[in-house]
Design a protein around this ligand. Structure first.
Ligand code: AMP
Length: 209
């Protein structure tokens, strides 16, 4: 299945996409992860993306669209994929429709107040990417998987979180309507437990077959 996971930053798209990608055996494609990797490797795409990401702004459409088009043409996407964090603008969604045939769009719906708390308390392992929340770390400061000291992503700092949410409401939220009109949208409440959300997503996908 060719799927999109839509939702505001902090809604849990990455966590849910990783779980469902394991269930469906299709690759999980996160544009945010692709940019972070490109930045750490110092590639031209990384250099273009860095200043936008640090400011909580969107990377220009042409850069993201080219990246995703190239990624979806790879062999491992032949039996499907999950896009996490793309599209984020109507222009990206329109471009995507020219080179992808979508089966469903899962929209994770979470209130802003919950998102601010989740994002500003998020800590991640810089090596394996495992996510944590300060409220559940009990003072621990290292990754449980590999022992690396946890960090706060630059774009999870409070001032950047607010600008990411504004960008979401202005540029990305219109996609809910866009995919509703295309009869592809399934909305799932994102403030249930992780297991309940996964279950609701799998049920929605089953219904969309
Ligand atoms: P994420 O990890 O999905 O929250 O993405 C982190 C940052 O990467 C975003 O705040 C944007 O700066 C950039 N980014 C990721 N995906 C896109 C996209 N589809 N369009 C524009 N910018 C993006």
């Amino acid at each position: 299945m060719n799927l999109i996971f839509l939702g505001p930053p902090g809604a849990g798209k990455g966590t849910q996409a990783a779980a469902v990608s394991g269930d469906l055996k299709v690759p999980h494609i996160s544009t945010g992860d692709m940019f972070r990797k490109a930045i750490s490797e110092g590639t031209p795409t990384g250099l273009k993306a860095k200043s936008f990401m640090d400011a909580g702004q969107l990377v220009p459409d042409d850069v993201v669209i080219a990246l995703v088009k190239e990624r979806l043409a790879m062999d491992d996407c032949r039996n499907g994929y999950i896009l996490d964090g793309f599209p984020r603008t109507v222009e990206q969604a329109e471009a995507l429709s020219a080179f992808a045939d979508l089966d469903a769009v899962i929209n994770l719906d979470v209130d802003d107040e919950v998102l601010v708390n989740r994002l500003s308390g998020r800590r991640v392992c810089p090596v394996c990417g495992a996510p944590y929340h300060v409220s559940r770390l009990n003072g621990e400061t290292a990754c449980k998987v590999d022992g690396t000291p946890l960090i706060q992503r630059d774009d999870d700092k409070p001032e950047t979180v607010l600008s990411r949410l504004n960008v979401y409401h202005e540029k990305t939220a219109p996609l809910i309507d866009f995919y509703q009109k295309a009869k592809l949208l399934h909305s799932v409440g994102g403030d249930l437990s992780l297991e309940e959300i996964s279950e609701a997503i799998l049920k929605a996908l089953e219904a969309s077959k």
